[in-house]
Design a binder for this molecule. Structure first.
Ligand code: OFO
Length: 169
């Protein structure tokens, strides 16, 4: 495997690891605020990101490259409200999508079709993650500061979590 492909995959490993930590910190925030549905959703999302990281690590090692386990900066741990949590999540996912698109572009330039093919799973995954984040954010925009609405929203997150788990399998 070419060195530049190894480097960009290692950069993606770091990004997936930091996604996992970011969502874990969000889950802790939600748990301490009593948003139980959102907490479950975010813990599950953090696990999912760890799985994305592991998939890359295994692929890199199996293809003769060397995965590097990165140091991570501490994630943001305090949020104003649920709206800030999910806008940060969407922003983060958009950044991840850009990074994946860049990898796909470089794979084509380098004629590394195996990695290009492997990355297609991430391309589809990003589509789903962005759509999910937008759906959640739209709901929150409708609710605004209404306490009853936020209570129902949090309950709904249990269903959203169950549905997204089904999609992953
Ligand atoms: Fe790994 O998809 Fe989100 O970040």
């Amino acid at each position: 495997m070419k060195q530049n492909i190894q480097d960009i995959l290692n950069r993606q490993i770091q990004l997936e690891a930091s996604s996992s930590q970011t969502y874990l910190a969000m889950a802790v925030w939600a748990e301490n605020k009593g948003y139980t549905g959102t907490t479950d959703f975010l813990y599950a999302h953090a696990d999912e990101e760890r799985m994305h990281m592991l998939k890359l690590i295994k692929f890199l090692n199996e293809r003769g490259g060397e995965a590097v386990i990165p140091a991570l900066n501490a994630p943001k741990s305090d949020y104003k409200d649920l709206h800030e949590v999910f806008s940060t999540l969407l922003e983060h996912e958009l950044h991840v999508t850009d990074s994946i698109n860049e990898i796909v572009y470089i794979c084509l330039q380098e004629k590394d079709y195996t990695t290009h093919n492997f990355m297609q799973w991430y391309v589809s995954e990003q589509l789903e993650e962005e759509a999910l984040a937008r759906t959640v954010l739209d709901k929150l925009k409708l609710i605004g500061d209404d306490k009853g609405g936020l209570y129902l929203f949090d309950n709904d997150m249990k269903t959203i979590q169950a549905e997204s788990q089904i999609q992953i399998q």
